[in-house]
Design a protein around this ligand. Structure first.
Ligand SMILES: [Zn+2]
Length: 209
């Protein structure tokens, strides 16, 4: 049962506009990036770097656009007419990007989000929007997983919620111990997925774990 919302395309257009860099960037923000460029050993005056402070500042506003999002609002519109459907709903393998709060380095991965509806469901795209609302911030993967699960638990009041996130952390693959190909898996199970082992086995096997 897929509910597509007419406003989704408009939302994407809004994100693209921000990405094209229309927002003003204060001088002190650009200066901070110039300082960082110097610190790396490069010359911020050279031609290739001249607009970099502006681009970096706008890129970071976009990476962190989740701070301006209240993810719970995406769950405010629900559908109670579900044709007697009371089995689990799973959105599997949603790609996302976040940044670790320790190094501001990319976290790139996929999330699977499931819930067992009690009396209402949400539009299918809304689970991804909740994920993106929290992932577009500085994060640690454990908190991201817990926040997505708690948001669905508190606002949809389902019988259960299961969130599994698998991601690779650039701060580990590109620096530090430099181990590419390693991914980290975190999970948060609430309600029936925590208490009932058959529900848990079903959701984990549907997710592919
Ligand atoms: Zn890190």
């Amino acid at each position: 049962m897929l509910y597509h919302d007419a406003d989704d395309d408009n939302d994407l257009a809004g994100q693209d506009r921000a990405g094209q860099g229309k927002i003003p960037v204060p001088d002190h923000v650009q200066q901070a990036i110039i300082t960082l460029l110097k610190w790396t050993g490069d010359d911020p005056e050279r031609e290739g770097l001249r607009d970099t402070p502006l681009r970096v500042a706008r890129a970071w506003k976009e990476y962190c656009s989740g701070y301006e999002d209240d993810p719970s609002l995406h769950l405010s519109r629900t559908f109670e007419e579900v044709g007697g459907y009371d089995e689990l709903v799973l959105l599997k393998g949603i790609p996302f990007q976040s940044h670790c709060e320790h190094h501001m380095a990319p976290i790139i991965g996929k999330a699977s989000i499931a819930y067992m509806p009690r009396d209402r469901v949400v539009g299918i795209s809304k689970l991804a929007r909740v994920l993106h609302g929290y992932s577009r911030r500085l994060q640690v993967q454990e908190r991201l997983t817990a926040e997505v699960a708690a948001c669905i638990w508190e606002h949809l009041h389902p019988h259960g919620v299961a969130v599994v996130i698998e991601a690779s952390h650039s701060c580990m693959t590109a620096r530090g111990v430099r181990t590419p190909g390693v991914s980290m898996i975190t999970s948060r199970l609430l309600g029936c997925f925590l208490d009932d082992h058959r529900s848990r086995e079903e959701v984990m096997s549907l997710m592919g774990y």
